[in-house]
Design a protein around this ligand. Structure first.
Ligand code: BG6
Length: 488
């Protein structure tokens, strides 16, 4: 496995810890070597030392064993080259050939800044290294045009079966569980449509800023970083038709069908249904976005995005999907809420003040689980009816392993299983939907970018996109395993 961007953040935080877990679980092939590629000058030994510190930081203590750490590190090597220089790939080939055992079973992983994504496959080809599989991180493209160009470049070097466009949300246990919830149970499917569902909310927010990623984030923003890939992928899992089989063709065909049915938005709809925001500092203790390192002083990059999306198909016509993401919000949580429609007639007056009806909450992280909310009579005189939760938490199935998404997906890449990776047509269809939003923003530079104080739920204006005076459901700040859902 050759990791471009071997000295970068993603490698030390996610890839190496995930590979370590696979190694200790004996889930890697026996003759597996890892080669980090980067500009930073390391020798094999100094690179191993650098990774060793990180393994200790990003792996739970109970999973660490000093013998296995040493044995794992011995499989790791490093070469320092300028990845943007074609001629340096000859050195890379030599190093790979030294390490290889005669096979050309390569797995290339692009964990570099996206600006290198177009060069690397071409340079691999010219060095005769266009063998095996290639994994590429998001964002795949910057807009529709660049995504189409990138697809063309990648497919000029590797076949679609060799290309793994990774979206780590799909590696999450709870995200995969949406499929089990929907398609392994008969009771939800009859209700899963516009006749019974009022609206769907998808929230994925974080209680920290952009950390040290100013350079990347300022030219990316929330739409490209989270919405065009992770959130739309979640929407696809909620909205898709049952695939004929769970395999790479049938599953991904259904995802693409959802993207094709995203209702294109005209400029008026964009102006009304998309709210963007940027966090501002609080009391000099939390920096505002524009004060972060490597962020332009007058930056217009959004760190918050809320939007209303409709699908044009039989199942979902008229049902709004509200999606929202943001940095520096009150908590880190990802969840999906399916709001079912009210009963046609309200028999019990005690429920009149509460506008909410049955909800199914799918908590992706943390305290992973599901909650179904329904009404019951409060014991005693009178006829008070109250909403109660019925909950399942993953603890009951042994808990969700921490940060396991990358291990799962890397294992899939190694075995050539591409169901959970984004196909070229899906990337393009998703960009086709979001492109007009990006264009509208760049053509209308005075389109509002609302400031929101760090630690709040984003600009108040985001409430205006919800129909019928309803509100966003803000998940609890202090979550505990038993407090999966809090009252509105
Ligand atoms: C990444 C984004 O893809 O996902 C980050 O680039 C974001 O900005 C992260 O923080 C969130 O992932 P997770 O798994 O921590 O929810």
């Amino acid at each position: 496995m050759v990791i471009f961007g071997g000295s970068g953040d993603l490698t030390r935080r996610k890839l190496i810890p995930a590979l370590y877990k696979l190694y200790t679980g004996q889930r890697l092939p026996l003759t597996f070597n890892i080669l980090g590629v980067g500009r930073t000058r390391y020798e094999d030994d100094s690179y191993r030392l650098h990774l060793k510190k990180n393994i200790k930081e990003f792996i739970n203590e109970n999973e660490l064993n000093s013998n296995s750490v040493e044995r794992f590190l011995a499989t790791i090597h490093y070469i320092s080259i300028d990845q943007s220089q074609e001629k340096e790939y000859v050195l890379l080939r030599e190093k790979i050939e030294q390490l290889g055992n005669g096979t050309e079973n390569y797995l290339f992983y692009l964990a570099t800044p996206p600006s290198l994504y177009e060069d690397i496959p071409l340079f691999l080809k010219s060095a005769g290294l266009d063998k095996g599989r290639i994994v590429v991180e998001k964002p795949f493209g910057y807009d529709l045009k660049s995504a189409v160009r990138m697809n063309k470049i990648f497919k000029g070097v590797f076949s679609e079966e060799q290309i793994f466009r990774i979206d780590h949300f799909l590696g999450k246990e709870t995200v995969q569980n949406i499929l089990a919830l929907r398609f392994a149970n008969g009771i939800f499917e009859p209700l899963w449509n516009r006749n019974y569902i009022d609206r769907v909310e998808i929230t994925a927010v974080e209680n920290f800023g952009i950390e040290n990623r100013g350079g990347f984030y300022d030219s990316t923003g929330a739409l490209r970083d989270m919405v065009q890939n992770h959130l739309i992928q979640l929407l696809a899992l909620v909205a898709m038709e049952p695939p004929v089989a769970f395999n790479e063709k049938e599953f991904r065909d259904e995802v693409v069908k959802v993207y094709r049915s995203l209702k294109p938005m005209n400029n008026q709809e964009i102006a009304k249904s998309v709210i963007r925001g940027q966090y501002v500092g609080v009391d000099k203790t939390i920096k505002g976005y524009r004060e972060e390192n490597s962020v332009a002083a007058g930056s217009h990059t959004e760190t918050f995005l809320a939007m209303k999306i409709f699908l044009a198909n039989w199942r979902w016509e008229g049902v709004p999907f509200y999606i929202r993401t943001g940095k520096q919000m009150p908590t880190k949580v990802s969840e999906i809420i399916i709001h079912f429609k009210s009963t046609p007639h309200r028999l019990f007056s005690s429920r009149e003040e509460c506008p909410e009806q049955n909800q199914l909450i799918i908590r992706i992280q943390p305290n992973e689980g599901c909650v179904l909310k329904f009404d019951m009579k409060v014991p005693g005189g009178g006829f008070d009816v109250k909403q109660v939760p019925m909950e399942f938490t993953f603890d009951k199935l042994g808990g969700v392993p921490m940060d396991d998404a990358y291990s799962r997906l890397l294992e899939d890449c190694i075995s050539g299983e591409s169901t959970l990776f984004t196909r070229s047509d899906a990337v393009e269809e998703s960009w086709r939907f979001f492109d007009p939003v990006l264009k509208y923003w760049s053509d209308n530079t005075n389109f509002p970018l609302y400031g929101y104080p760090a630690g709040t739920w984003g600009p108040l204006e985001s409430e205006t996109i919800i129909d019928g005076g309803k509100k966003w459901t803000n998940p609890c700040k202090n979550l505990t395993n038993t407090d999966l859902y809090c009252e509105l």
